[in-house]
Design a protein around this ligand. Sequence first.
Ligand SMILES: CC(C)(COP(=O)(O)OP(=O)(O)OC[C@H]1O[C@@H](n2cnc3c(N)ncnc32)[C@H](O)[C@@H]1OP(=O)(O)O)[C@@H](O)C(=O)NCCC(=O)NCCS
Length: 164
Amino acid sequence: MFEDYLSWKPFFEIVPMKVEDCVEISELHGQRFPRRWNDGEFQNLLLQGGVFGFAARQTNAFFSQPLGGFVLSREAAGEAEILTVAVGEKFGRQGLGWRLMQAALREASSRGAESMFLEVEAANEAAVRLYGKLGFHTVGERPAYYKAADGTRSSALVMSRVLR
Ligand SMILES: CC(C)(COP(=O)(O)OP(=O)(O)OC[C@H]1O[C@@H](n2cnc3c(N)ncnc32)[C@H](O)[C@@H]1OP(=O)(O)O)[C@@H](O)C(=O)NCCC(=O)NCCS
């Protein structure tokens, strides 16, 4: 019994993002990014044509299905982009970012996209590594693109991947 307790770990399923998820998603977004997108912004995006998302929901929690992470993406005219992706800090490095991104890649492909683009801060090592592992390559750089609250600037990388 005690051994069961020690080996217990959270399990997650990746499910389509719904409008009802947007409050929680906005909260998690605010924990992981300096400028939080509010729930209305997420709702408006999700209701736009071509926009889709996925949420990672814990399936073995006692009273609810906590949100582990999410990804929001858009497909238009054969091209897809990642609008935002984040995983809760306490659930990091458990493969959720990978699984969410795979779900977005699959969905974009099934909607007819031939490539996927994204933009990432060059200094964001975790994300850059994740995208590299998923087959994304750097196709452009925007020097001094992001501005932090203290005024310092950092570059953005534009990365892309073929889907077929
Ligand atoms: C980037 C992010 C989504 C990764 O999510 P995650 O669930 O922790 O990632 P995974 O567990 O699926 O990791 C997959 C791979 O990504 C890379 N990676 C993830 N976190 C990393 C870290 N902290 N340092 C270095 N590499 C990392 C590794 O290559 C990892 O594979 P490995 O564990 O076999 O070495 C997460 O760190 C996050 O939400 N960050 C804050 C928000 C953000 O930066 N979003 C991206 C904006 S463009």
